[in-house]
Design a protein around this ligand. Structure first.
Ligand code: COA
Length: 180
């Protein structure tokens, strides 16, 4: 699929909302995306939108994260949410959005990127089980879903050197976003 990916603008909000509603089949993630885009504690953030022709087919958001009691110079980011409209799924759009986001974040000096998501999907993009490195999610992840909380090292020197609990931005810091 021929894709064009760019950072989002405030005028994209309607398309972003629609993409998440269509992809997930309900509006909870669309509302989360909207709340995150309005959350000052989420800064710095990265919001990318994918076009196929004139059509918006995907959106990805990365927001600021921190580790309790860690070096304040560490730069951490959290990927959530990611959505591709049903007609464009399984054609590489999600992968291209992840790749573009990770490249941008690496250039910006981000050390680690976290995600809570499909454990069969994100490892294709270098994400690993975060619990193996002593990196805990903001809310406890049930043992049966432990593999869904993952980390990707953009700075390989950092992974294994730091551990603790991740603090996310205010809009994500609600148990409902971590319990399913
Ligand atoms: C999950 C999602 C973002 C993937 O985007 P995509 O553009 O469809 O995926 P890509 O084309 O980049 O990658 C396709 C591969 O990823 C895997 N994959 C895709 N969706 C998957 C899913 N829901 N669970 C597990 N693996 C998945 C498959 O291995 C697939 O390869 P295959 O077609 O050979 O089987 C998209 O399907 C989507 O928006 N789903 C609904 C919302 C959602 O679940 N968002 C992610 C929350 S973590």
């Amino acid at each position: 699929m021929n894709l064009y990916i760019r950072e989002t603008k405030s005028s994209d909000l309607h398309d972003i909302y629609r993409v998440h509603c269509e992809a997930f089949g309900y509006d909870k993630e669309a509302e989360l995306a909207r709340d995150l885009l309005n959350d000052s504690s989420a800064q710095p953030r990265l919001s990318l939108i994918a076009f196929h022709g004139e059509q918006v087919v995907g959106h990805i958001l990365f927001t600021k994260a921190k580790l309790w009691d860690s070096d304040p110079h560490l730069s951490l980011s959290l990927l959530a949410p990611l959505a591709v409209v049903p007609d464009a799924q399984r054609q590489g759009v999600g992968g291209e959005l992840i790749k573009a986001g990770l490249e941008y974040l690496a250039e910006a000096g981000t050390d680690l990127v976290f995600v809570l998501g499909h454990p069969e999907y994100y490892p294709k993009h270098g994400f690993k089980t975060a619990a193996h490195y002593g990196l805990k999610a903001p809310y406890p992840i049930p043992e049966k879903h432990v593999d869904a909380w993952m980390v990707k090292a953009l700075n390989p020197k950092v992974l294994g050197e730091v551990c603790g609990t991740v603090i996310c931005c205010d809009a994500l810091n609600k148990e409902e976003h971590w319990s399913e």
